[in-house]
Design a protein around this ligand. Structure first.
Ligand code: QAP
Ligand code: CO
Length: 174
């Protein structure tokens, strides 16, 4: 089932998500719905709050690092109750977000990170990430704290965002 995406400036995106305690069939169906929704909307990452569920769940499915750039489901990461255990360095990348459609801007983040988390069955997992995966995990983990990438922009770039995004919203209403 495709779920509706909550978009900025909807206040629900500011909600702090709660830990998952029940790793049951309902969660599994929800994870499958999140995946379907992300693929349908051309996303590479999605947090549960973006489909109006304030629980600590995120999924990431990066395109393959070859010419084809296919999004292969075997590379799907389902990350539940993540905790940052290590971070180092800084890097910047032009980010976007399904909840802030059609706007992309450079954001500074840690270069490398490590997390612990649980999978859909509640099993303890860990992940070390660099490059695009590191950025995606940090972007999605911010959603669990009610934070959007636009909040990390400099004052000048945030102003540029507000101007461009308001224009887009007006065009959509017409
Ligand atoms: C988060 O972002 C992310 O504006 C996932 O019109 C960002 O999937 C991970 C999207 C940067 C790594 C690096 C955005 C689709 C998708 C749009 C997304 C749009 C259509 C964004
Ligand atoms: Co996002």
């Amino acid at each position: 089932m495709i779920l509706p995406i909550v978009t900025y400036p909807d206040k629900r995106l500011k909600t702090i998500s709660e830990p998952v305690t029940d790793f049951n069939e309902e969660l599994h169906t929800f994870l499958d719905d999140m995946y379907e929704t992300m693929i349908k909307t051309n996303g590479i990452g999605l947090a549960a709050i973006q489909v109006d569920r304030p629980i600590q769940v995120l999924i990431i499915n990066l395109p393959n690092d070859d010419e084809e750039g296919l999004q292969d489901k075997v590379n799907l990461l389902e990350i539940i109750n993540p905790k940052l255990t290590h971070s180092e360095g800084t890097t910047s990348y032009q980010e976007g977000c399904l909840s802030v459609p059609k706007f992309y801007e450079d954001v500074e983040r840690f270069e490398k990170i490590a997390i612990t988390y649980q999978d859909r069955h509640g099993n303890a997992c860990s992940l070390e990430a660099d490059e695009l995966l590191s950025i995606a995990v940090q972007h999605e983990m911010d959603h669990l704290q009610g934070k959007l990438f636009i909040e990390k922009l400099s004052y000048a770039r945030r102003k540029k965002f507000e101007k461009e995004y308001k224009k887009l919203l007006k065009e959509k209403k017409r």
